[in-house]
Design a protein around this ligand. Sequence first.
Ligand SMILES: NC(=O)c1ccc[n+]([C@@H]2O[C@H](COP(=O)([O-])OP(=O)(O)OC[C@H]3O[C@@H](n4cnc5c(N)ncnc54)[C@H](OP(=O)(O)O)[C@@H]3O)[C@@H](O)[C@H]2O)c1
Length: 349
Amino acid sequence: MLKDKQMPANPVVAVAGATGAVGAEFLKVLHDVDFPASEVRALASARSAGKELDFEGCGQVPAGKLIVQEMTPESFEGVDIALFSAGAGVSKAMRDAVVAAGAVMIDNSSAFRMDPDVPLVVPEVNPQDVAWHNGVIANPNCSTIQMVVALKPLYDLARIKRVVVSTYQAASGAGAPAMAELYDQTRAFLDGTPEGELEVNAFQHRIAFNCIPHIDVPMDDGSTKEEWKMVVETKKIMGDDDLAVSATCVRVPVLRCHGESINVEFAGEVTVEQARAALEAAAGVQVMDDLAACAYPMPGILAGTDGVFIGRLRRDESVEHGLAFWDVADQIRKGAALNAVQIAQLLIS
Ligand SMILES: NC(=O)c1ccc[n+]([C@@H]2O[C@H](COP(=O)([O-])OP(=O)(O)OC[C@H]3O[C@@H](n4cnc5c(N)ncnc54)[C@H](OP(=O)(O)O)[C@@H]3O)[C@@H](O)[C@H]2O)c1
Protein backbone atom coordinates (compact mmCIF):
# COMPACT_ATOMS: atom_id res chain seq x y z
CA MET A 1 0.00 0.00 0.00
CA LEU A 2 2.73 2.39 1.06
CA LYS A 3 4.79 1.63 -2.04
CA ASP A 4 1.94 2.95 -4.16
CA LYS A 5 1.74 6.18 -2.20
CA GLN A 6 2.55 9.15 -4.38
CA MET A 7 5.24 11.25 -2.75
CA PRO A 8 4.07 14.89 -2.81
CA ALA A 9 6.18 17.34 -4.79
CA ASN A 10 6.53 19.42 -1.62
CA PRO A 11 6.86 16.87 1.18
CA VAL A 12 6.75 17.46 4.92
CA VAL A 13 10.20 16.48 6.22
CA ALA A 14 11.08 15.45 9.77
CA VAL A 15 14.72 15.56 10.87
CA ALA A 16 14.95 13.05 13.70
CA GLY A 17 18.13 13.74 15.69
CA ALA A 18 18.29 17.37 14.53
CA THR A 19 20.63 18.49 17.33
CA GLY A 20 23.35 15.94 16.52
CA ALA A 21 26.34 16.02 14.15
CA VAL A 22 24.41 14.43 11.28
CA GLY A 23 21.16 16.24 12.16
CA ALA A 24 22.83 19.64 11.92
CA GLU A 25 24.23 18.62 8.55
CA PHE A 26 20.78 17.49 7.39
CA LEU A 27 19.54 21.05 7.92
CA LYS A 28 22.50 22.45 5.95
CA VAL A 29 22.09 19.99 3.08
CA LEU A 30 18.32 20.57 2.81
CA HIS A 31 19.16 24.24 2.33
CA ASP A 32 22.12 23.61 0.00
CA VAL A 33 20.09 21.46 -2.42
CA ASP A 34 16.98 23.65 -1.89
CA PHE A 35 14.96 20.56 -1.08
CA PRO A 36 11.32 21.35 -2.02
CA ALA A 37 9.90 20.80 1.47
CA SER A 38 6.61 22.39 2.57
CA GLU A 39 7.60 21.98 6.23
CA VAL A 40 10.71 20.91 8.16
CA ARG A 41 10.27 19.52 11.70
CA ALA A 42 13.27 19.31 14.03
CA LEU A 43 13.02 16.39 16.46
CA ALA A 44 15.40 15.24 19.20
CA SER A 45 15.25 13.91 22.75
CA ALA A 46 13.37 15.56 25.63
CA ARG A 47 16.74 17.09 26.63
CA SER A 48 16.64 19.38 23.61
CA ALA A 49 12.92 20.17 23.45
CA GLY A 50 12.40 23.92 23.02
CA LYS A 51 15.94 24.55 21.77
CA GLU A 52 16.15 26.87 18.75
CA LEU A 53 18.14 25.80 15.68
CA ASP A 54 19.17 28.16 12.91
CA PHE A 55 17.79 27.07 9.54
CA GLU A 56 18.62 28.80 6.28
CA GLY A 57 15.39 27.64 4.63
CA CYS A 58 14.56 25.34 1.71
CA GLY A 59 11.66 24.87 -0.67
CA GLN A 60 8.60 26.58 0.82
CA VAL A 61 10.20 26.88 4.26
CA PRO A 62 11.67 30.33 4.92
CA ALA A 63 14.94 30.91 6.76
CA GLY A 64 14.52 31.29 10.51
CA LYS A 65 14.60 29.34 13.73
CA LEU A 66 13.34 25.77 14.07
CA ILE A 67 12.07 24.90 17.54
CA VAL A 68 13.17 21.41 18.51
CA GLN A 69 10.30 19.11 19.50
CA GLU A 70 10.64 15.99 21.62
CA MET A 71 10.43 12.94 19.35
CA THR A 72 7.40 10.78 20.13
CA PRO A 73 5.42 8.35 17.95
CA GLU A 74 2.93 11.18 17.33
CA SER A 75 5.68 13.41 15.87
CA PHE A 76 5.31 11.75 12.47
CA GLU A 77 1.66 12.52 11.79
CA GLY A 78 1.50 14.37 8.46
CA VAL A 79 5.17 13.66 7.71
CA ASP A 80 6.14 12.35 4.25
CA ILE A 81 9.90 11.83 4.68
CA ALA A 82 11.61 11.18 8.03
CA LEU A 83 15.39 11.63 7.96
CA PHE A 84 16.69 9.65 10.96
CA SER A 85 20.03 10.09 12.72
CA ALA A 86 19.29 9.46 16.39
CA GLY A 87 20.94 6.05 16.80
CA ALA A 88 19.76 2.51 16.08
CA GLY A 89 17.66 2.14 19.22
CA VAL A 90 15.58 5.22 18.43
CA SER A 91 15.13 4.14 14.78
CA LYS A 92 13.89 0.73 15.90
CA ALA A 93 11.55 2.27 18.46
CA MET A 94 10.05 4.74 15.97
CA ARG A 95 9.87 2.58 12.80
CA ASP A 96 6.26 1.43 13.25
CA ALA A 97 5.01 4.94 14.03
CA VAL A 98 6.77 6.40 11.00
CA VAL A 99 5.44 3.74 8.63
CA ALA A 100 1.92 3.91 10.16
CA ALA A 101 1.94 7.66 9.51
CA GLY A 102 2.57 6.89 5.82
CA ALA A 103 6.04 8.45 5.89
CA VAL A 104 9.21 6.96 4.43
CA MET A 105 12.02 6.59 6.97
CA ILE A 106 15.50 7.19 5.56
CA ASP A 107 17.67 5.83 8.34
CA ASN A 108 21.32 6.60 9.02
CA SER A 109 21.75 4.04 11.79
CA SER A 110 22.75 0.41 11.42
CA ALA A 111 19.30 -0.77 12.63
CA PHE A 112 17.87 -2.08 9.36
CA ARG A 113 20.71 -2.04 6.82
CA MET A 114 20.95 -5.78 6.38
CA ASP A 115 17.20 -6.52 6.61
CA PRO A 116 16.23 -8.26 3.36
CA ASP A 117 13.15 -6.04 2.95
CA VAL A 118 15.10 -2.79 3.39
CA PRO A 119 17.00 -1.31 0.44
CA LEU A 120 20.50 -0.05 1.25
CA VAL A 121 21.07 2.78 -1.17
CA VAL A 122 23.88 4.93 -2.51
CA PRO A 123 22.31 6.97 -5.33
CA GLU A 124 25.44 6.86 -7.53
CA VAL A 125 25.54 3.06 -7.25
CA ASN A 126 22.10 1.46 -6.85
CA PRO A 127 19.38 4.12 -7.21
CA GLN A 128 17.02 1.48 -8.63
CA ASP A 129 16.76 -0.18 -5.20
CA VAL A 130 14.71 2.75 -3.85
CA ALA A 131 11.76 1.34 -5.83
CA TRP A 132 11.25 -1.73 -3.61
CA HIS A 133 11.15 -0.09 -0.19
CA ASN A 134 8.43 -0.93 2.33
CA GLY A 135 8.56 2.32 4.26
CA VAL A 136 12.22 2.19 5.28
CA ILE A 137 15.35 2.90 3.22
CA ALA A 138 18.71 2.51 4.91
CA ASN A 139 21.68 4.79 4.44
CA PRO A 140 24.87 2.70 4.51
CA ASN A 141 27.73 3.10 6.95
CA CYS A 142 29.77 6.19 6.13
CA SER A 143 32.97 4.27 5.32
CA THR A 144 31.06 1.95 3.02
CA ILE A 145 29.42 4.82 1.12
CA GLN A 146 32.63 6.53 0.11
CA MET A 147 34.22 3.22 -0.88
CA VAL A 148 31.36 2.01 -3.11
CA VAL A 149 31.07 5.38 -4.88
CA ALA A 150 34.67 4.78 -5.97
CA LEU A 151 34.26 1.04 -6.66
CA LYS A 152 31.19 1.30 -8.91
CA PRO A 153 32.84 2.94 -11.97
CA LEU A 154 35.78 0.55 -11.60
CA TYR A 155 33.48 -2.48 -11.34
CA ASP A 156 31.81 -1.34 -14.57
CA LEU A 157 35.21 -1.69 -16.31
CA ALA A 158 35.82 -5.24 -15.06
CA ARG A 159 34.35 -7.34 -12.26
CA ILE A 160 36.10 -6.77 -8.96
CA LYS A 161 37.11 -10.01 -7.22
CA ARG A 162 38.59 -8.63 -4.02
CA VAL A 163 38.96 -5.37 -2.11
CA VAL A 164 41.33 -4.70 0.79
CA VAL A 165 40.56 -1.47 2.63
CA SER A 166 42.11 0.27 5.63
CA THR A 167 40.21 3.26 6.99
CA TYR A 168 41.41 6.40 8.75
CA GLN A 169 38.19 7.57 10.39
CA ALA A 170 37.54 11.01 11.85
CA ALA A 171 36.46 11.54 15.46
CA SER A 172 33.19 13.17 14.36
CA GLY A 173 32.12 9.79 12.97
CA ALA A 174 31.20 9.01 16.58
CA GLY A 175 29.01 12.12 16.89
CA ALA A 176 29.20 15.69 18.08
CA PRO A 177 30.38 14.81 21.63
CA ALA A 178 33.29 12.79 20.19
CA MET A 179 34.44 15.75 18.12
CA ALA A 180 34.32 17.92 21.26
CA GLU A 181 36.37 15.27 23.10
CA LEU A 182 39.13 15.44 20.48
CA TYR A 183 39.32 19.23 20.89
CA ASP A 184 39.23 19.20 24.69
CA GLN A 185 41.62 16.26 25.08
CA THR A 186 44.15 17.78 22.70
CA ARG A 187 44.10 21.02 24.67
CA ALA A 188 44.38 19.18 27.99
CA PHE A 189 47.20 16.96 26.66
CA LEU A 190 49.16 20.01 25.47
CA ASP A 191 48.54 21.66 28.87
CA GLY A 192 50.36 18.71 30.46
CA THR A 193 47.36 16.97 32.03
CA PRO A 194 48.59 13.52 33.22
CA GLU A 195 47.37 10.56 31.12
CA GLY A 196 45.17 9.19 33.90
CA GLU A 197 43.37 12.51 34.33
CA LEU A 198 42.39 13.01 30.68
CA GLU A 199 38.64 12.64 30.08
CA VAL A 200 38.06 9.54 27.91
CA ASN A 201 34.38 8.96 27.11
CA ALA A 202 33.80 8.75 23.37
CA PHE A 203 36.42 6.12 22.52
CA GLN A 204 38.13 3.15 24.16
CA HIS A 205 41.35 5.15 24.61
CA ARG A 206 42.67 8.69 24.33
CA ILE A 207 42.13 9.86 20.74
CA ALA A 208 44.39 12.93 20.92
CA PHE A 209 47.78 12.08 19.33
CA ASN A 210 46.70 8.45 18.92
CA CYS A 211 45.17 5.94 16.47
CA ILE A 212 42.66 3.36 17.70
CA PRO A 213 42.13 0.18 15.60
CA HIS A 214 38.75 -0.47 17.21
CA ILE A 215 35.47 0.98 15.89
CA ASP A 216 32.16 -0.42 17.12
CA VAL A 217 31.94 -3.68 19.09
CA PRO A 218 34.13 -6.80 18.72
CA MET A 219 32.83 -9.66 16.57
CA ASP A 220 33.44 -13.36 17.32
CA ASP A 221 36.00 -13.73 14.50
CA GLY A 222 38.36 -11.05 15.84
CA SER A 223 37.08 -8.30 13.55
CA THR A 224 35.06 -5.27 14.68
CA LYS A 225 31.45 -4.55 13.74
CA GLU A 226 32.56 -1.54 11.68
CA GLU A 227 34.76 -3.89 9.62
CA TRP A 228 31.93 -6.42 9.30
CA LYS A 229 29.60 -3.65 8.11
CA MET A 230 32.00 -2.70 5.32
CA VAL A 231 32.10 -6.33 4.15
CA VAL A 232 28.38 -7.15 4.16
CA GLU A 233 27.08 -3.72 3.13
CA THR A 234 29.43 -3.55 0.13
CA LYS A 235 28.15 -6.90 -1.15
CA LYS A 236 24.52 -5.82 -0.71
CA ILE A 237 24.91 -2.41 -2.40
CA MET A 238 27.03 -3.75 -5.27
CA GLY A 239 24.68 -6.74 -5.65
CA ASP A 240 27.58 -9.23 -5.66
CA ASP A 241 27.84 -11.80 -2.88
CA ASP A 242 31.08 -13.11 -4.37
CA LEU A 243 32.88 -9.79 -3.95
CA ALA A 244 35.52 -10.47 -1.27
CA VAL A 245 36.20 -7.56 1.09
CA SER A 246 38.81 -7.35 3.84
CA ALA A 247 38.56 -4.25 6.05
CA THR A 248 40.59 -2.77 8.90
CA CYS A 249 38.96 0.27 10.51
CA VAL A 250 40.99 2.76 12.52
CA ARG A 251 39.93 5.91 14.38
CA VAL A 252 42.41 8.77 13.92
CA PRO A 253 42.66 12.23 15.52
CA VAL A 254 41.05 14.01 12.57
CA LEU A 255 38.00 16.20 13.16
CA ARG A 256 36.06 15.50 10.00
CA CYS A 257 36.43 13.40 6.78
CA HIS A 258 37.36 9.74 6.59
CA GLY A 259 40.32 8.54 4.49
CA GLU A 260 40.64 5.05 3.01
CA SER A 261 43.53 3.14 1.50
CA ILE A 262 41.98 0.74 -1.04
CA ASN A 263 43.47 -2.14 -3.04
CA VAL A 264 41.28 -3.66 -5.74
CA GLU A 265 41.81 -6.94 -7.60
CA PHE A 266 39.95 -7.16 -10.91
CA ALA A 267 38.93 -10.32 -12.78
CA GLY A 268 40.51 -8.92 -15.97
CA GLU A 269 42.97 -6.32 -17.18
CA VAL A 270 42.26 -2.68 -16.25
CA THR A 271 44.98 -0.10 -16.82
CA VAL A 272 45.57 2.82 -14.48
CA GLU A 273 44.63 5.13 -17.36
CA GLN A 274 41.28 3.35 -17.87
CA ALA A 275 40.58 3.50 -14.15
CA ARG A 276 41.44 7.20 -14.01
CA ALA A 277 39.18 8.00 -16.98
CA ALA A 278 36.28 6.02 -15.47
CA LEU A 279 36.66 7.73 -12.10
CA GLU A 280 36.93 11.18 -13.72
CA ALA A 281 33.64 10.55 -15.55
CA ALA A 282 31.80 9.09 -12.53
CA ALA A 283 29.04 10.92 -10.68
CA GLY A 284 30.05 12.00 -7.21
CA VAL A 285 33.77 11.35 -7.76
CA GLN A 286 36.55 13.91 -8.04
CA VAL A 287 40.06 12.86 -8.98
CA MET A 288 42.80 14.83 -7.23
CA ASP A 289 45.95 13.01 -8.20
CA ASP A 290 49.30 14.67 -8.85
CA LEU A 291 51.87 13.27 -6.47
CA ALA A 292 54.74 15.36 -7.86
CA ALA A 293 52.73 18.51 -7.15
CA CYS A 294 51.77 17.17 -3.68
CA ALA A 295 48.11 17.11 -4.79
CA TYR A 296 45.98 14.35 -3.25
CA PRO A 297 42.88 14.28 -1.07
CA MET A 298 43.33 15.07 2.62
CA PRO A 299 40.79 15.48 5.42
CA GLY A 300 42.35 18.79 6.38
CA ILE A 301 41.25 20.45 3.13
CA LEU A 302 37.99 18.65 2.32
CA ALA A 303 35.63 19.20 5.28
CA GLY A 304 32.26 20.46 4.08
CA THR A 305 32.64 19.13 0.52
CA ASP A 306 30.23 16.78 -1.25
CA GLY A 307 32.41 14.55 -3.42
CA VAL A 308 34.39 11.38 -2.92
CA PHE A 309 37.94 12.48 -3.71
CA ILE A 310 40.40 10.00 -5.20
CA GLY A 311 44.17 10.22 -5.36
CA ARG A 312 47.37 8.14 -5.30
CA LEU A 313 46.06 6.01 -8.19
CA ARG A 314 48.59 3.36 -9.12
CA ARG A 315 48.99 -0.24 -10.14
CA ASP A 316 49.06 -2.82 -7.34
CA GLU A 317 51.78 -5.16 -8.56
CA SER A 318 51.16 -7.74 -5.82
CA VAL A 319 48.30 -9.34 -7.81
CA GLU A 320 47.72 -9.94 -11.54
CA HIS A 321 45.10 -7.23 -12.12
CA GLY A 322 45.55 -4.86 -9.19
CA LEU A 323 44.87 -1.19 -8.56
CA ALA A 324 45.65 0.87 -5.44
CA PHE A 325 44.27 4.27 -4.48
CA TRP A 326 43.35 6.56 -1.61
CA ASP A 327 39.99 8.22 -1.06
CA VAL A 328 38.67 10.94 1.24
CA ALA A 329 35.10 12.13 1.79
CA ASP A 330 33.31 14.23 4.37
CA GLN A 331 31.57 11.42 6.21
CA ILE A 332 28.95 13.71 7.75
CA ARG A 333 27.92 14.97 4.31
CA LYS A 334 28.34 12.22 1.66
CA GLY A 335 28.70 9.56 4.36
CA ALA A 336 25.43 10.51 6.03
CA ALA A 337 23.29 13.63 5.48
CA LEU A 338 23.91 14.26 1.79
CA ASN A 339 23.46 10.61 0.80
CA ALA A 340 20.15 10.48 2.70
CA VAL A 341 18.88 13.70 1.12
CA GLN A 342 19.88 12.35 -2.32
CA ILE A 343 17.71 9.30 -1.53
CA ALA A 344 14.86 11.67 -0.62
CA GLN A 345 15.36 13.42 -3.97
CA LEU A 346 15.01 10.04 -5.71
CA LEU A 347 11.69 9.53 -3.90
CA ILE A 348 10.22 12.74 -5.27
CA SER A 349 11.77 12.56 -8.74
N1 LIG B 1 28.63 11.19 12.70
C1 LIG B 1 28.75 10.56 11.55
O1 LIG B 1 29.71 10.80 10.78
C2 LIG B 1 27.75 9.54 11.14
C3 LIG B 1 27.84 9.03 9.84
C4 LIG B 1 26.92 8.09 9.40
C5 LIG B 1 25.93 7.67 10.26
N2 LIG B 1 25.87 8.16 11.52
C6 LIG B 1 24.77 7.64 12.38
O2 LIG B 1 23.85 8.70 12.64
C7 LIG B 1 23.30 8.54 13.95
C8 LIG B 1 23.54 9.83 14.74
O3 LIG B 1 24.92 10.10 14.74
P1 LIG B 1 25.50 11.53 15.17
O4 LIG B 1 26.94 11.43 14.87
O5 LIG B 1 24.72 12.64 14.59
O6 LIG B 1 25.26 11.49 16.78
P2 LIG B 1 25.14 12.68 17.81
O7 LIG B 1 25.90 13.87 17.37
O8 LIG B 1 25.45 12.09 19.13
O9 LIG B 1 23.55 13.07 17.78
C9 LIG B 1 22.56 12.18 18.23
C10 LIG B 1 21.18 12.77 17.98
O10 LIG B 1 20.19 11.83 18.38
C11 LIG B 1 19.30 12.43 19.31
N3 LIG B 1 18.83 11.43 20.28
C12 LIG B 1 19.56 10.65 21.09
N4 LIG B 1 18.77 9.88 21.85
C13 LIG B 1 17.49 10.19 21.53
C14 LIG B 1 16.21 9.75 21.96
N5 LIG B 1 16.07 8.80 22.90
N6 LIG B 1 15.11 10.28 21.39
C15 LIG B 1 15.21 11.24 20.45
N7 LIG B 1 16.41 11.70 19.98
C16 LIG B 1 17.53 11.18 20.52
C17 LIG B 1 20.14 13.49 19.99
O11 LIG B 1 19.29 14.43 20.60
P3 LIG B 1 19.74 15.25 21.92
O12 LIG B 1 20.66 16.33 21.43
O13 LIG B 1 18.44 15.76 22.43
O14 LIG B 1 20.42 14.27 22.81
C18 LIG B 1 20.91 14.04 18.79
O15 LIG B 1 20.07 14.91 18.05
C19 LIG B 1 23.96 7.30 14.54
O16 LIG B 1 23.12 6.19 14.30
C20 LIG B 1 25.24 7.17 13.74
O17 LIG B 1 25.71 5.85 13.69
C21 LIG B 1 26.73 9.08 11.98
